[in-house]
Every structure is written in C-alpha cells, then in structure tokens.
Ligand binder design. Structure first.
Ligand code: CS2
Length: 494
C-alpha cells in the first residue's frame, strides 16, 4: 500500500511536494476573524478567500478561529485540532480536472460546549475585528410568518436568565460584545454569510431583539456600534464523501480526515460596512457594493430555489444527484421554465448582470458531472429553505397575477415527499429536516384534510387562504398521488 502523509503543520514541507500548501508563516498570523459554524461551505468560501489573501498578499492580521456551538460541531473540531486547522480543498472542474490544495487560514478552533470562556475570550480579543456566521437558514431563530424573534426557544430563555452561560449564537454575541464594551474596545462587525435575503439586516434585527430583552443599555451600544453588512455568497459545496477521502489517500498519498470538495465557481458580494476594519478581500476577487440586495435576491431565487426545484422533484423521481437531474431533459426544461416564467419576472434589475447568461451559467454549474451534489443535501432542511428560496416568489406572483404552477408543483411534491419518504422505485429517501416529524404528520393528515400540509402556518403563512393557489395545489397533489409519476406531471405542464 502507498505510504500516506498525515495532514499536519509539521508535514507541510513534505506535503508541498505533492499539492499546493500554504507557504506563509501560519504561526505569525493573528486571529482577526472568528467564525461560527465551520461547515464545508465556510471552508470552501470565506476561509479560501482568506487563504488567498495570506498567500498572495502576505496578510497576517485576519486568520480565522473557528467556533462550534453545537454538539454536531464536535467532529469538525476534533479533526481540525488534529490537523492543526489544515484541510484539503478539492476543486472539481466539469472537464474532470481535479485540483486539490491545502488551506491554512483556519488557525484555531474552539467548541462552546467545552470551553465557553475561551470562546468569549477570543471573540472579545482586541485583534478580533469580525465575527462571521454560517449558522444555516434555520439558525436565525425567527418565526418565518411573523418575522419576529422566537423567544419561546428554551436555550434563548436560559440565556436571558444566565447571560454568563450562553448557548446560542445570540447569547455568545451579546456576552462577547458586553466584554468588549466594558473593556473599552471597539465592537466587531457581525458578518452573516447565510443564504437569507438581507442576511445582515436579519442578523441585526434578531440580535437587537434578543439584546433588548437581556440588557437594554448593551442593546443600545450594539445598535450604535456594530455593523452588519449584507452579503451574497456563492459556491456549490457538496457533502464530502468517503470517495473524496480515499481519492486523496490513494491518488495523492495524503491522509486528511475531512477534506472539502467544491465547484470552481466562487462569488462573494458584500456591503462595505464594517465596524472595525476588514481584510482587503477585493484583492482576491470579492466585490464590495453599496447595496447587495438585488444580488442576493437573484441568487437565492434562481440558484437556491432552482436547486430546491430539482431536489424535491428529483428526489421523488429517483435521481440521486443534481447533475443526474441535469442529464434529464424534462428536469432541465422544467427548471428553466421555473426560472424564466416565475422567478425572473419578480427580480429587480441587477447592474451589470445579464439575467439570461446568469441562468445559463447556473445550468452549467448544476450539470457539472464531477460535483455529484446529492439531492438529499439539497432537500435537507427544506422547511428552512423553501420559505426563503421559493415561497416568496410564489407569493409575489400571486400578488402580481403571475404564473405559479411550477412552484406549486414543487410544494405538492414536497407534501408527497414528506408523506411517503420513498422515490418512485420504492427506495427510501434520506430526509434530513428539523421538522421532518411535523412535516410527515401534516402530509399524512392530508388524507382527511387535503390542505393540511399547507395549513402549516410557520412555513406557508396564510397561503391556505388563497383560493387560486389552493385549487391548483389540490389538483396537483391529487395527480401526483394518483399517478405517482412526477415526470409525466412535469411534462404535462411544459
Ligand atoms: C443549496 C446551497 O443548500 C442548498 O439547498 O442551494 O447550499 C447552494 O449550493 C449554495 O448556496 C451555493 O452557493
């Protein structure tokens, strides 16, 4: 068997003979950014841009300390600790070229559950100037219908009573900001990198709602001192598979317990609003703009919603990956019809962007045969995604008398998906959703109450009151259940 080299700081010189590795002095890096939620996406995106800045421009003030606040973060914590924060980013091109490289911008990692104080210390450290977030669409703790902060969450209740023992991102942010204020330090910027429209504004509104209940004077300070830039982030980052780990081991001779794979495309558009300085990300291709909203809306309503359209319909048809959907002409045509007839008409103009070209490029990216992005990843947490990616488009079209049929079929298919949990070949679907129990119960109640699924107010608001929608929805649900053939249904609508 080929000898493998462990991915670790002390082996970097040796590893550098195999693939590109950081050449900057990692030990001389100061932590300038603390990042909460180190998933694959952060490692393929912000950490990659930061690495490029260090590598190309000798930057040494902005390295990253990763933070995990949930038990589920333990594995990445343990792996990154073992590997001195190093990991391999494997870029997979559509022509089959694979480009692995070692990323070195994450210098440290801390787990809130084990070391609350150490997490607060690093967030309150004078060198820390930004706290960035990828806490997922569902992580912002707001009620999607009212848009208000959810104070019923027991962890939030705990933090309100015990500010010194935070549990959620809100408890940590307020505790760390309090320390900074009390020490006379400048506030940090809170930079949301999640797929939510106006992600910075949402983070701000939620944090202020929480802080006002916890400590009014602190809330006022936060309101005055903390900037929350909105941003649009983009890079398709599938779940790492065993094959990726084996590829590195067998082909490159590198033992990395958790590499990240991604597509070559990368984009980050951010508002230039920072409380306490920022890395010169523009040197490595990040776009700073005064108003990011049109970019966000375009990306979420086309890319992310497009993913969900393919994911939900593809799952019940039996496609396993997004690229498999894109090899199926019906799915390609359906996706484009959704984008052209429903998503695009409600978008605002985006300066310098040709929408048709943007949609063509999305189709090319989705079709990348090497990415193998699973439909189960795309469908995961649909209860947090569809209310942000797809339902707003449907609502805007209902209000403006636009087409709603393509989106409505997705919602009807989502009911079937949640109810049956099987694809058309009877294979079980891997359903990962914090609301999977509720979704299934509501879908199954549809036998006696056909609109039960849509009655879930936290997801659909008062959509159930709209007769134009419910008539179409009921017809489509009936057809899916009767015929069980989603593709025939899709074709009949094109
Ligand atoms: C995906 C995103 O989660 C999803 O459903 O649409 O993760 C998507 O791949 C990224 O936002 C791409 O930038």
């Amino acid at each position: 068997m080929k000898q493998t080299i462990l991915l670790k700081q002390e082996n970097l010189t040796q590893l550098g003979k195999l693939i590109p590795v950081p050449t900057y002095n990692r030990k001389a890096q100061k932590v300038g950014m603390v990042h909460i939620g180190v998933g694959g996406f952060h490692r393929a995106h912000q950490a990659y841009y930061t690495h490029k800045l260090m590598e190309g421009f000798g930057d040494n003030e902005w390295s990253i300390c990763g933070i995990g606040l949930r038990e589920g973060d333990r594995k990445i914590h343990d792996v990154l600790k073992k590997q001195d924060g190093l990991y391999t980013l494997i870029v997979k091109h559509p022509d089959g070229t694979i480009e692995p490289q070692v990323i070195g911008s994450i210098i440290d990692f801390k787990l809130g559950l084990d070391e609350t104080d150490a997490v607060l210390d690093i967030m309150a450290h004078p060198d820390t100037k930004i706290v960035s977030l990828t806490i997922t669409e569902g992580g912002y703790n707001f009620n999607p219908t009212t848009g208000e902060f959810d104070f019923a969450n027991p962890d939030i209740q705990h933090e309100l009573k015990h500010p010194e023992s935070p549990k959620t991102v809100y408890g940590y942010l307020t505790a760390a900001l309090k320390r900074r204020r009390d020490a006379g330090l400048a506030a940090f910027t809170i930079m949301s990198c999640d797929n939510i429209e106006h992600n910075g504004d949402v983070a701000r509104r939620m944090l202020l709602a929480f802080a006002r209940k916890q400590n009014m004077a602190l809330a006022e300070w936060i309101e005055k001192e903390v900037c929350f830039p909105n941003s649009m982030v983009d890079r398709i980052t599938p779940v790492t598979s065993q094959t990726d780990i084996e590829y590195l081991e067998n082909t490159q001779g590198i033992k990395d317990e958790w590499p990240v794979t991604c597509e070559p495309f990368i984009q980050w558009v951010v508002e230039d609003k920072y409380s306490n300085g920022r890395p010169e990300f523009e040197k490595v291709g990040v776009q700073f703009v005064p108003d990011v909203k049109p970019y966000e809306k375009m990306k979420l309503r086309l890319l992310n919603a497009g993913h969900s359209v393919l994911g939900i319909l593809g799952a019940i048809y039996g496609h396993k990956t997004i690229n498999a959907c894109m090899e199926d002409e019906t799915f390609v045509t359906y996706l484009r019809a959704y984008m052209d007839e429903e998503a695009s008409p409600v978008l605002d103009e985006v300066k310098g962007i040709d929408l048709n070209k943007y949609k063509d490029s999305l189709q090319e990216r989705f079709a990348n045969p090497n990415i193998k992005d699973s439909v189960s990843r795309i469908c995961s947490e649909s209860s947090a995604k569809l209310p942000k990616f797809l339902i707003p488009t449907l609502l805007e079209n209902l209000a403006g008398k636009g087409s709603i049929k393509f989106a409505t079929l997705v919602l009807a298919a989502w009911c079937y998906y949640s109810d049956k949990g099987l694809d058309k070949n009877g294979q079980p679907l891997e359903i990962i959703d914090a609301m999977s129990g509720e979704l299934q119960r509501a879908a199954q109640q549809a036998k006696t109450d056909p609109l039960a699924f849509i009655r879930q107010e936290s997801l659909f608001g008062d959509l159930v009151q709209n007769k134009h929608f419910t008539e179409l929805y009921l017809d489509l649900v009936q057809k899916i259940y009767e015929k069980g053939d989603i593709k025939k249904q899709m074709l009949s609508m094109l």
